[in-house]
Design a protein around this ligand. Sequence first.
Ligand code: AMP
Ligand code: TRP
Length: 329
Amino acid sequence: MSKGRIFSGMQPSGKFHLGNYLGALENWIKLQQEYECFFSIVDLHALTSSYEDTSKLPENIYNMALDWLSAGLDPEKNVVFIQSHVKEHAELHLLLSMMTPLSWLERVPIYKDKIQQVSLQGKDLNTYGFLGYPELMTADIILYKADTVPVGEDQLPHLELSREIVRRFNYLYRPIFPEPEASLTKASILPGIDGRKMSKSYGNDISFSATPDEIRSRVKLMVTDPQRVKRTDPGHPEVCTAYKFHQFFSKSELSEIEQKCRQAEIGCVDCKKRLAENLVTALSEVHARRQTFESSPQKVRDILAFGAERARKVASATMEEVRDAMHLS
Ligand code: AMP
Ligand code: TRP
């Protein structure tokens, strides 16, 4: 028995790394067992902030599909699709925009923060589309009448707004939509190789599509305890980035590694070699799946087309109800 219906999405930014996997996708893979899930590559959302040069979009979408499939997201069990392939997202977004007070959109904290942040980089996000970002997100979720939305903490204000929009729709026209609830992904922030939060924009990431050799060379560059200068100096795992990775990827050897580090029985080079091999092992299935999908791009396209077809069925039924409730049918 399914516990309910899930919708979640991710922007195809071309930056999918190990942190994104641990912080979001790993959770989706677990949820696919218990819920009926809709997972969407939200390309229209990507346009809200990157509208000028769209030439990389096809490549980024394709790579995101590869990332998801190689991570083990099951395209039979879940509905996996590209947002813009289901035009109902755009239609519902438009209808919702008619009834949403401007002030609701303007007070979303991420909105003003991000406008300021990117204007420092010389980019203008004072656009209609960017303001409507949470409106589009609401349309995504409620088109499928999803009740549960797995997201990171930064997305909570968006979800709060989605619930307000739903209440307004249900009150003005007819109660069609359930109020979606966020299911917080337990934040386990993965550091990058320099110890800051892993992020492609810091250049400290390990790509989710890294080959075993790329993984090894990235781990080699990882910072360890800065006070451990000589091999014979005792180390401090609590300040070591490699140790933080061991906590994720070397669970069965953790206490041994910690002890050997503190007693200078293992050097940083060897410690990182062990980590690299554990990472390679942990990602070996992912790597194998990626190679299978990479060798048949048509299969990936078929999966996305099949997903869009399934999504469209649900979305178009919802839109009939919406049009009917709004006297547009
Ligand atoms: P972003 O690409 O930063 O918008 O992130 C997409 C998803 O990955 C969000 O759910 C983030 O919370 C998650 N995420 C991004 N970076 C990390 C990280 N270093 N560790 C854990 N989760 C992350
Ligand atoms: N805004 C989300 C993010 O940046 C992505 C997203 C778009 C989403 N539509 C969604 C997440 C609907 C959950 C539900 O992470």
